[in-house]
Design a protein around this ligand. Sequence first.
Ligand code: MN
Length: 254
Amino acid sequence: MKILVSNDDGYRADGIRALANALKDLGTVTVVAPDRNRSGASNSLTLDMPLRVHETEPDVFCVQGTPTDCVHLAISGLFDARPDMVVSGINDGANLGDDVLYSGTVAAAMEGRFLGLPTLAVSLCTGETSGRHFATGARVARMLVGRLLAHPLEREMILNVNIPDRPFEQLRGLRTTRLGKRHPAEPVIEARDQRNRVVYWIGPAGAGADAGEGTDFQAVADGFVSVTPLLIDLTRYSALATVQDWVAKAGLHG
Ligand code: MN
C-alpha cells in the first residue's frame, strides 16, 4: 500500500508531520508538499514556470508549487509507481462549507481522485484559543484510512474530514454531514506598505450561515468528527430543464 501525503500548509507544518507518522504502519508513506504555506491555493496548477523538487529527507519532497502541483507531480511522473491513495492535511484550521472552494487541503485530495482508493482531506478546527491537537487529528486520520483499506468505498470518492480541536478522549464520535454555508467574507483589510502605498489583505472568512441540522459546522460544534463526501461534478442537474427552456426561447439567430 503506497500512501501519498500532501497538504497546503507546507512540508514543515506540524499537521503533515503528525499525519505522515500516524500512517506509517499502514503502508509506505511518501510526503510531497509545498515548500511554504499555500493555504487558499484551491485547485491551481503552476503553468508559467517549471516545478523544482527537493528531497529534504528520505521520502519527504518539497515542491516550489501548489498543493495540486504536488499531487499532480507525484501521480504523473515524479515516481516510478503511482500511489494507491492520497491523504491531505492535517490542515491547521477548519475546511467547512464554502471553504472547500478555496482550500488547498481539499484540492490536494481532489487531485488524487483517479487513484485506486478514495482520498481524504483532513482538517483540524484550530482556533485562537484551542490547543492545536494534531495528535487527535492523526489518530482519527489513521482510523479512517485503516477503515478504507479494510472496507473500501468506491473510487473517486473524496471525504472531507473536520476534527474538533480537543483531546481524542473528548471527541463525541463521527457524523456524516453535508456542507453548510458561510456568510460572505469580512471586508478586505486596507493597510499601507513601507512606501506608504495602499495595499489590501483578504479578510477572514464569514461565520457559518447555514450551520444547522446535518451540516459539517454543526457536527464540529457538537464535538463530533465531521465526514462529508464531496462531488466533483458541478452540474446543477435540478436546473437543466429550466435552462434548456430558457436557452431554446433565446434562439441564436433571433
Ligand atoms: Mn492550510
